[in-house]
Write a protein that binds this ligand. Structure first.
Ligand SMILES: C[S@@+](CC[C@H](N)C(=O)[O-])C[C@H]1O[C@@H](n2cnc3c(N)ncnc32)[C@H](O)[C@@H]1O
Length: 286
């Protein structure tokens, strides 16, 4: 039985294996083959480990040696207030560049959250009415007091543009807020929104209703959220930043402390700030 099995495996006639010497040698050969197979397996595993190590070492070439990075070895940030006292916060650099590029959308009846600084700065003469919305009832600049997640008293089809900078991350029920934003825009109206990506997670200065973040966004989550409500073809989302901008922003360095080309370099692995333009479709003619 055993011999027949070997013969089949070695593709030899059984009679050859009946030779006593060969029959004696076979079990030894089997053991050697087994040993070689085990060694091959071990060497393959070792080769894999070496490949991983080579990859790791290649990544270290030209970088500060492990244990010698002292630049960021501090437990308190350089600025705990986004760098306002040092200059322009890095996220505001991306926000304001975005609004400047979209200035043409800021026209007609414009709604902004908390204050109308950006409506006035970027909207210019095209703005006919400027409204301010806030959930905080002590905000005297607000012309509308409402929670974006249940704002039934805010009229539908009312605004040509909504400027929603750095607000949605405070709102837990982002889906309801996205529906409200769609509902209150006029057909053809535009939402200009920005969201934090890599950021500190609270803002004491952001006022009542705006202290603790519920969320951080990525290009993908912002896109998916708004494509649930707005037609996908009318949603444009972009991420901004890179590792230097991210680390600097976390530490509260100001825009002025980085070179423009350093801020403008886009690395999709480090999304510091997300911008979104979404348009409600024009009413379809009957
Ligand atoms: C940091 S401010 C953002 C707006 C400001 N224009 C800016 O660019 O920084 C956040 C504002 O969102 C408001 N807010 C928080 N949750 C809200 C909600 N559910 N509905 C409406 N406003 C809300 C806060 O009261 C606060 O005024």
């Amino acid at each position: 039985m055993l011999l027949r099995g070997y013969a089949r495996r070695l593709a030899l006639p059984v009679r050859l294996l009946r030779r006593p010497k060969l029959a004696q040698e076979l079990p030894n050969r089997e053991r050697r083959v087994g040993k070689l197979k085990r060694r091959l397996k071990e060497e393959r595993q070792e080769a894999k480990q070496l490949k991983r190590e080579v990859h790791r070492l290649k990544q270290l070439v030209g970088r500060p040696p492990v244990g010698e990075v002292s630049l960021l070895r501090r437990l308190d940030p350089i600025s705990a207030t986004f760098g306002f006292e040092r200059g322009q916060p890095i996220d505001r650099y991306y926000i304001e560049n975005f609004l400047a590029r979209q200035a043409g959308d800021i026209r007609g009846r414009v709604l902004e959250i908390r204050e109308n600084v950006y409506t006035r700065r970027f909207g210019g003469e095209g703005v006919e009415v400027s409204d301010v919305l806030d959930v905080a009832d002590d905000n005297r600049r607000a012309t509308i007091h409402a929670d974006l997640t249940r704002a039934d008293h805010v009229p539908s089809d009312a605004f040509d543009c909504v400027i929603l900078t750095q607000t949605l991350h405070f709102v837990y029920d982002v889906r309801s807020a996205a529906h409200t934003l769609y509902r209150i825009l006029k057909p053809g109206g535009v939402l200009l929104a920005t969201f934090p990506g890599i950021s500190k997670t609270s803002c004491k200065e952001c006022g009542k209703g705006g202290e603790h973040y519920s969320w951080m966004f990525t290009e993908m989550s912002a896109r998916r959220l708004f494509e649930e409500t707005f037609p996908a073809a009318d949603v444009r989302v972009e991420a901004h930043g890179n590792v230097l901008a991210a680390v600097s922003f976390l530490h509260g360095l100001a825009r002025e402390e980085l070179r423009q080309e350093e801020l403008d370099q886009h690395d999709p692995d480090y999304e510091v700030l997300i911008t979104l333009r979404a348009m409600k479709p024009e009413a379809t003619p009957r």
